[in-house]
Design a binder for this molecule. Structure first.
Ligand SMILES: Nc1ncnc2c1ncn2[C@@H]1O[C@H](COP(=O)(O)OP(=O)(O)O)[C@@H](O)[C@H]1O
Ligand SMILES: Cc1ncc(COP(=O)(O)O)c(N)n1
Length: 269
């Protein structure tokens, strides 16, 4: 089995962050490992407290994993502070980590700044150039590029700008657009569109975390970037179609729908 690492924040309600990442890894048949960057007190309605993990303990978690275990791919999610981003970049460079998916998490769906705005430039400078693929949503791409993004053509322009900052591929996620939820992959030469009809649900907690982890898992298993994105888009679409009404707010996606269906473990068959 391939070993895949998530470097991200903990979501106590289990729908996003480290918890979503490990579930997505498990659903993809890879062995999941975690470096926790922050602990959030969070549920489907909001984020109520954050404890950042110290740079020393983040560095030690990275060291403990890479000194002992082969890491086939890495996903980076919530990094919260300047020192967090710097520590992660140093660690991944030291161990020459490959196949890195960077989800530039900034603001939660409930409106909480998971990345200190003062650390945005550091994230872009330190982590973006390490990315095999960067997976911004529209608001994140707007922060990174300074552009206003409304149309698919705006998404393409922003993707060009972001690639020029040093990542190898960029997947512009369309969850925040009107109409279809079309993601656009840019590899520096070609744009590939991954459209899906917008699913009418309020339960989209953790969609970005789940998508980026699914990409990392498939990269770790040896797929190309385009293959990994195609597989991840199919996976997240099913996970959103069967999202769970848990809690009173924005519920989580269903990481195991297809597997449970095959195993006859769904109440509705
Ligand atoms: N309502 C929806 N229907 C179908 N796909 C969606 C919907 N919302 C988000 N997605 C998909 O979920 C993935 C995550 O996108 P997005 O929600 O934009 O990211 P984030 O969680 O980072 O804000 C993308 O593949 C996007 O197209
Ligand atoms: C710890 C943590 N990390 C990331 C997210 C983003 O979630 P989403 O994928 O819904 O944007 C979150 N809400 N909490």
């Amino acid at each position: 089995m391939k070993n895949v690492l998530t470097i991200a924040g903990s979501d106590s309600s289990g729908g996003a962050g480290i918890q979503a990442d490990l579930k997505a890894f498990a659903a993809h048949g890879v062995f999941g490992m975690s470096v926790i960057t922050a602990v959030t007190a969070q549920n489907t309605q909001g984020v109520f407290a954050v404890q950042d993990i110290t740079p020393e303990v983040i560095a030690k978690q990275i060291e403990a994993i890479f000194e002992d275990i082969d890491v086939a791919a890495v996903k980076i999610g919530m990094v919260s502070q300047i020192e967090t981003a710097v520590t992660i970049a140093e660690g991944l460079k030291k161990y020459n980590a490959k196949k890195i998916v960077v989800d530039p998490v900034m603001v939660s769906k409930s409106g909480f700044h998971l990345l200190n705005p003062a650390a945005e430039a550091t994230l872009v400078r330190e982590l973006l150039p390490l990315a095999t693929i960067l997976t911004p949503n529209i608001p994140e791409a707007e922060v990174i590029t300074g552009r206003t993004i409304v149309t698919l053509s705006d998404m393409e322009d922003a993707a060009r700008d972001i690639l020029a900052l040093g990542c190898k591929n960029v997947l512009m996620k369309g969850g925040h657009l009107e109409g279809d939820s079309t993601d656009i992959l840019f590899d520096g030469d070609n744009f590939t569109y991954f459209p899906s009809p917008r699913i009418a649900t309020k339960n989209t907690h953790g969609t970005g975390c789940t998508l980026s982890s699914a990409i990392a898992a498939s990269l770790g298993r040896g797929m190309s970037v385009a293959e990994a994105v195609a597989a991840a888009k199919e996976y997240i679409t099913v996970a959103i179609e069967h999202a769970l009404t848990i809690g009173r707010g924005v519920g989580p996606t269903h990481h195991f729908y297809s597997l449970y269906k095959k195993a006859g473990m769904l109440a509705d068959g």
